[in-house]
Every structure is written in C-alpha cells, then in structure tokens.
Design a protein around this ligand. Structure first.
Ligand SMILES: Nc1nc2c(c(=O)[nH]1)N[C@H]1C(S)=C(S)[C@@H](COP(=O)(O)OP(=O)(O)OC[C@H]3O[C@@H](n4cnc5c(=O)[nH]c(N)nc54)[C@H](O)[C@@H]3O)O[C@H]1N2
Ligand SMILES: Nc1nc2c(c(=O)[nH]1)N[C@H]1C(S)=C(S)[C@@H](COP(=O)(O)OP(=O)(O)OC[C@H]3O[C@@H](n4cnc5c(=O)[nH]c(N)nc54)[C@H](O)[C@@H]3O)O[C@H]1N2
Ligand SMILES: [Mo]
Length: 746
C-alpha cells in the first residue's frame, strides 16, 4: 500500500462559499475527505466544509458518470446516444460552428448560464474565448438566475449593487432581520452563520421573516414571522406606515440623502402625489397601508407588524439582511426596493452595525478572468433564452433585450457547459422541452457535464467532463469575497473525461484558430496568467509558486468595512452614484418607463399572479415555493444517495393542509397545476405556514411515460413568465393542488 497524501482543495460548485476540503489520497484513489482542523485563534476561523463537500467521494466515483463522448441518435430529447471518439466529437463541434456561423452569423451562438464550475478556468469561460476568436463573438446574457431582480433594483436605488458590508459589522447591530434569508443552508459565504452567532452572543435580537421555519430560524432566531409568499411589500409598507404615523423614521437622514420619500424631496416636474409617503398614507390610491390592511394580505397579525416596525425603527443600529428568495418571484423587483427603503428611512445605511439592504454584495478581493473580446453587443436576460430561440428577431428592449433593437435571428447554436438550466433548473419544463426538441429552431446543442442530467438528454453532442478533483483551478466565493483559493488537483481524470480547455484546443485547431485561442499557453499557463493579472490589481497577491504552495490568499481588510460610509459621513464630496446623487426611493428612471402598474417608481405591493389574491386559488389553493436546501447545490449532488439518506426529498406541508387532504407523514402525493405534475412524499410539519407548501429546488426530473415527474423536480410546476422589469425568473411564485396518490402504500 502506498503512502497517504493529503491534497487541499475546495468545492467548485455554486453554493457561494469556498470551504476547505482535504482529500486523502492513496495509490491515486481518494479514500477520505476531511476539512479544516486548524486551531481557532484570534483572526483565524476554520473554513469547515458542509455535508456536500464531505460527501464528494460518492460523486467522484459514481458509477453513472459520463465516460466518453456521446452523439445523439433518434429524436432530440429522447435520450438515445452512441459512443464516439474525441476526435469525432471535436470535428462535429468544429463543423457545426462553421456551418451555423456562416448561415446565421455570430449572434446566433449562445452560451447558456451555468454554475457547475465556479473557477475562472471553467468551460464556459474558455468557450467564450473560443467564440470570440472564431466567427465574431456570441449573443451575451445579463442577469442571473440568482439575483435577476435584486441587482437592477439595488442599483437603481443606491447607484450600485455593492451594498454589502463586511460581516464583522453584525456584532455591532442590536437587531438583525433575516428577511427571506436562510444562510444556515445557503451559506452566503463560508462562516456567515458563525458571524451571525457572534452577533447574537453580543446581544443582537434576530428575527426571521420567511413562510418556512427555516434552518436559520431554528438555529438563530429569537422570533419567526411567517408571511405568505409574494406579500413582503405589504408588510414593508405597513411598517413604513407605522413609522410615519408614530414619527419613528429618521427625518434628517431622509431629508439629506433621499429622493422622493415624501413631497418635500420630490424631483422637479413630478406631481407630489407620486411620493413614497403618498402611496403609504393612501393619498394617491385611497388605501392607507395600515397594519390591519397588511394583516389581511400577508397573514401577519397587525400587532406583530406594529411591534416589528417600532423595533426596527428604534433598536439602532439594525441590519435588515435580505436573501434572494423574496425576489425570485413574479414582482421580485419590489421587495428589494422595499427593503432598501426601510433601511434608508431608519437611517441604517452607511453606519457601523447597520445594513443598506438590497442585494448586499460585498467583495474585498478581486480575481482576474480570462481575456476575450466579443464584438456582439446584444444581450438577453439569461432567463429568456427560450424566447430567443423561439422568436429572437421579434424580441425588443421591452423583452429585456439590451444594446440592440432586435436580434438578427434566433439562437441556433447552444452551448450548455457545466449547467443544468436547459431543463432541470429552468422554469416550466414541459413547454421548454418542446422548444428544445424542435430541431428546426435551435440547430445544435452542445452539452458538457459529468452526468446524464435532464439538460444533457437534449444534447446533440454530449461531452464527459472532469470534475474539480481532477484538475486545478482558481476560485473565490461569490458572497463575501474576502479570499481566493487555489483548487488543487487530487486525482487523475477518470475514463475518457477531459477538461474543457483540452477539447476546445482541438476544436480551435480544426477551425484554424488554434494559436489565437491558446496563445501557446497550456491550461496551467492560463492559471499563471490569472495570477499575474490578479497581481496587477492587488500587488499583495502572491506569486504563482507561492499561491499554489499556500493554497489560499486572504485580503486583509482591518476595521469593519461599511458600504456607503463615505456618502453618509461626507455627502457633499461623495454623492451616491444614482443620477440624482441621492438614494432614489422614488426613481425618476422607473417613472419615465411609464409602466406604473407593474414597474412603479416607488416600492409597492403588487398583488401577484399566482399569489394569495389570484382567483386561480379556487382551483389551485396552495402557494408553492422552492428553496435552496443543504442537501445539494441546485441539481449538483442531488443524485447522491448519501445525501438523500441525510436529507430526504420531501414536500413540506402544514398539518392543517395535510388534514384537509387526509395526509400523514410519508404519504406519496401528486402536486400539480396546469403546467405539469410531480410525485413526492410529504413531510407534515408546523415549520411551514398554512396555505403554503415547499419543495427544495434541484431534484432531478424523472418523467414517467405520461410526463409526470417522479423525481420531484419543482420546475415541472414553475412558470415561464419573466418579471416585468428585470425579466427575471419567478420560480418561487406558483399555485398548485396537492392530492394523495391513490393506490400507493407508504
Ligand atoms: N445548500 C445550498 N446553498 C446554496 C445554493 C444551493 O443550491 N444549495 N445555491 C446558491 C445560489 S446560486 C443562490 S442564488 C443562493 C440562493 O439564496 P436564496 O435565494 O436566498 O435562497 P432561497 O432558498 O431560494 O430563499 C431563501 C428563503 O426565502 C424564503 N422565501 C421564499 N419566498 C419568499 C417570500 O415571498 N418572502 C419571504 N420573506 N421569504 C421567502 C424561502 O423559504 C427560503 O428560506 O444560495 C446559494 N447557496
Ligand atoms: N425552481 C427553482 N429553480 C431554480 C432556482 C430556484 O430557486 N427555484 N434557483 C436558480 C438559481 S439561483 C440558479 S444559480 C440556477 C442554478 O442552475 P445550474 O447553474 O444549472 O446549476 P446546477 O443544477 O448545479 O447544474 C450544474 C451542472 O454542472 C455539472 N457540473 C458540476 N461540475 C462540473 C464540472 O466540473 N464540469 C462540467 N462540465 N459539469 C459540471 C453538474 O453535474 C450539473 O449538471 O438554478 C435556478 N433554478
Ligand atoms: Mo443562484
């Protein structure tokens, strides 16, 4: 038996964190995975990995891994493939690129949003480079499935989406509100719950606002306030109502830093009844947004709303930290603008222990990316790719198209690399499958993955990838980006699996652009390039040799970093980067869009389609939300039996709703609406409020012959109806019915 060696690396997937994985390797085989066991000391916190990273060996050695390139036989989407050689595979890609580019031009080529590889040397990054050196670029996308609404809503309010501060701020907060935020499962950067626990130890009260009693509520909260999904803005508006009526908001702060809170700060030329206060008091629409009004909509008792408003306005400083769940909804732009308004009028922006709210991105470190130049400027919202396939040339700026009045043609070449957003992670699987199956629409679909996912089933050509244990890369967490990690290679690639750069180089050579693509660099040379570029931004960053030896670089920040501190401390010299230089509670740019019902200029409660006020509720009475659970990162790891044992896939349902349907724990049910149907077992629990059910997102779709999904993938039920302004994904907004599956024993 050989010696055991330990290779230190980190997960590559998209949970937002980068924790320490120590891979114990003997005779080339990973025999165990442990994690950070360094001694905790002042300034050093362990970056301990969660159950997913610790369970990675099952994925690495999974018998179902893709082993060699596969080419489709039969109809697209049926899932029949034949084995081909890598030489054949790269020839097919080169031929298709040549043909489709000649026929339709560069804007017909699209690289789908994907998050399987978090490192900067991922397949998607290199493919962008390939398409920029061959054939004149590709159709861009903007937004993300993660924060489609949060990013623009935050930017329009504060002039930037970087509204996060460093987490050591929280120890100075007296109150923390986790609003639709569940970092105990979603992590939001390694150790976020650790910082929240520190804050609690120092005396902060923690309130969680979520339809579910989430793991974060269980682990951290002094109080859980359940509310019906899509109704956050009604609760927010009523809080503002209380603050105005009881004169609890920070008037001086509002007068100095805000646009359009009340009549006094409205921009010139806009009728004053458009102010936020006019909406709240009902002078513009005849409805005062009282706690009694909000109670009927949200399900939160008026008394609780009064108390919450008073607490948030008076326990200062206070941090209202929002997750991204509330914005993955039909009118997801509004809760983000609403929370930002609350943080602003309570004077919690730019102060130690406060929190500006909004999407809360915080970065200290900066990591370089691969170079590419894309001459195509047109960009679609990433959620709208099925529309771009179906009716690309008819899409215009009203459909979220940027930098173009229309597209020259639909998407004809689709590259889906390290992602599952063709099917599993995109909405409305049944209608999306039809679009993808039509070979006259999109002419070629290239997929690279480790497994036969539901997206991979639609590939014309399917490539087997290495996983992150089988290659090096450089990566940083996307939430609270304070450090950069070297992802070391632990074991050799299995079967015929290859890393993206490797096969793309072959494609580039077949297209006659090998040297332009590679610049004569090996894969590792590109890692060196990234380090050298990163050192240009940050001279303290180590050399490649030092970095790979240390495995880790932390950007030292010193005192707590506070977003907008400069603006608040010296406003005249440092206005906000909005057009008015102020925090735009009233947004003149949104007002100018002229779509006041769905894209209001001040944050508003908009009764949602498939929300609690939709008449469709008589047929589909339950609101269904998804959530990002600890057992997987999206669909990655959902095929792990180890994790299924730890966290079984269940529909959460309240005992009241279960009783109505004569359901008991573990019963198998049908969950359905007009878009589709799935089967799943139930967990009957008071951890979810009545009227709402929840299914973790990420389960693998497994359709039976009739199209019912036996895998329990929520996206068979979700809607493709983009949000009005961001054109984002409303994947938590759904009405469904739940029925016991007859004839099935538990
Ligand atoms: N373990 C794990 N961690 C992950 C991921 C993962 O897949 N698995 N994914 C990562 C990625 S890419 C992202 S974008 C983030 C996602 O992070 P989030 O978007 O914040 O995660 P969600 O679980 O969708 O939503 C957070 C909470 O919002 C609640 N919620 C749903 N609807 C509403 C509503 O209308 N109002 C309120 N107040 N609450 C609501 C949900 O019950 C949930 O507890 O997580 C990251 N972290
Ligand atoms: N209903 C609903 N749907 C959602 C969400 C929701 O909250 N509700 N959340 C949305 C969000 S926030 C996001 S970010 C998206 C995420 O959606 P995706 O970006 O599709 O993420 P994953 O499902 O993790 O898919 C990643 C794929 O990459 C593969 N992979 C992993 N490592 C490698 C590798 O090294 N090489 C290659 N080639 N492949 C690899 C995995 O096997 C997996 O198939 O989902 C969105 N979909
Ligand atoms: Mo995401």
């Amino acid at each position: 038996m050989g010696e055991e060696k330990i290779v230190t690396t980190t997960c590559a997937h998209n949970c937002s964190a980068c924790c320490v994985l120590k891979v114990h390797v003997r005779d080339g085989v990973a025999i165990r995975i442990s994690t950070d066991d360094n001694v905790e000391k002042e300034g050093y916190h362990q970056r301990r990995a969660c159950l997913r990273g610790r369970a990675y060996r099952e994925r690495l050695y999974h018998p179902a891994r893709l082993k060699y390139p596969l080419q489709r036989v039969g109809k697209r989407g049926e899932g029949n493939f034949r084995r081909i050689s890598w030489d054949e595979a790269t020839t097919v890609i080169a031929d298709q690129l040549r043909k489709i580019t000649a026929k339709f031009g560069p804007a017909s080529r699209y690289i789908n949003s994907s998050s399987g590889i978090g490192g900067v040397l991922g397949e998607r990054e290199f493919f962008r480079r390939l398409l920029s050196v061959y054939g004149g670029g590709f159709l861009n996308f903007h937004n993300s499935y993660s924060a489609a609404c949060a990013m623009p809503a935050t930017e329009y309010t504060f002039g930037t989406f970087r509204t996060g501060s460093s987490r050591d701020n929280w120890q100075h907060a007296r109150l923390i509100i986790l609003w639709g935020h569940n970092p105990a499962e979603t992590t939001f950067g390694t150790n976020t719950t650790y910082y929240l626990k520190l804050a609690k130890e120092k005396g902060a009260k923690i309130i969680v606002i979520d339809p579910r009693y989430s793991d974060s509520a269980a682990a951290l909260a002094d109080e859980w306030i359940p509310l019906l999904p899509t109704t956050d803005n009604a609760l927010m508006a009523a809080m503002v109502y209380v603050m105005i009526k009881e004169n609890l908001y920070d008037r001086q702060f509002v007068e100095k830093y805000c646009l359009g809170f009340d009549e006094a700060q409205m921009p010139e030329g806009i009728p004053p009844e458009n102010s936020f206060a006019a909406y709240i008091l009902g002078s513009s629409d005849g409805t005062a947004k009282t706690p009694a009004w909000a109670e009927k909509i949200t399900g939160v008792p008026a008394g609780t709303i009064y108390r919450l408003a008073r607490e948030y306005a008076t326990l200062k400083p206070a941090a209202l930290i929002q997750g991204l769940g509330p914005q993955r909804h039909a009118y997801g732009e509004q809760p983000v603008r609403g929370a930002a308004a609350l943080a602003t009028i309570t004077g919690n922006v730019g102060v130690l222990g406060g929190w500006a709210s909004g999407c809360g991105i915080y970065t200290a470190a900066r990591l370089a990316t691969l170079p590419y130049h894309n001459p195509v400027k047109a960009s679609i919202s990433c959620f709208t790719w099925p529309e771009a396939i179906l009716r690309g040339p008819d899409m215009g700026p009203g459909d979220g198209l940027k930098n173009a009045e229309h597209l020259p043609c639909g998407i004809k070449f689709m590259a889906n690399l390290a992602g599952n957003c063709l099917i599993n992670q995109h909405s409305d699987i049944n209608s999306t499958s039809q679009i993808l199956a039509d070979e006259d629409l999109c002419e070629f679909i290239l997929v690279a993955d480790e497994f036969m996912t539901s997206s991979a089933m639609f590939a014309d050509l399917l490539l087997p990838s290495t996983n992150f244990m089988e290659r090096i890369d450089i990566i940083a967490p996307w939430s609270f980006m304070e450090y950069i990690v070297f992802q070391d290679k632990a074991v050799e690639p299995r079967y015929e699996c290859r890393t993206g750069y490797d096969w793309m180089l072959e494609v580039a050579e077949k297209l006659g652009v090998g040297e332009e693509f590679s610049q004569n660099k090996t894969y590792e040379d590109w890692a060196r390039y990234i380090v050298d570029k990163t050192r240009e931004y940050d001279p303290a960053f180590p050399s490649y040799a030092e970095f790979t030896e240390m495995g880790f670089y932390e950007k030292k920040i010193g005192d707590p970093q506070i977003a907008f501190r400069e603006q608040i401390e010296n406003f005249d010299a440092n206005p906000f980067s909005t057009p008015s230089g102020k925090i735009e509670i009233f947004s003149p740019r949104l007002f100018a869009m002229g779509k006041h019902d769905e894209i209001p200029a001040v944050p508003r409660y908009i009764p949602s389609w498939e929300g609690p006020e939709d008449p469709l509720k008589s047929e589909f009475p339950l609101q269904l939300v998804g959530w990002h659970s600890k057992r997987s990162t999206h669909s990655t790891m959902f095929n792990s039996n180890w994790l299924e044992e730890t966290v079984p896939h269940r529909l959460w349902i309240n005992p009241e709703d279960a009783k109505l349907r004569k359901l008991v724990e573990g019963d198998r049910v049908r969950v359905f609406n007009r878009r589709g149907e799935l089967e799943i077992k139930v967990k009957v629990t008071v951890r979810i409020m009545p009227g709402v059910v929840a299914i973790p997102q990420g389960a693998w779709q497994k359709p039976d012959d009739g199209g019912t999904d036996l895998g329990g993938c929520i996206n068979i039920l979700t809607s493709y109806r983009p949000t009005p302004w961001a054109r984002g994904n409303p994947q938590h907004t759904n009405l469904v019915q739940v029925e016991k599956k007859e004839g099935v024993s538990r």
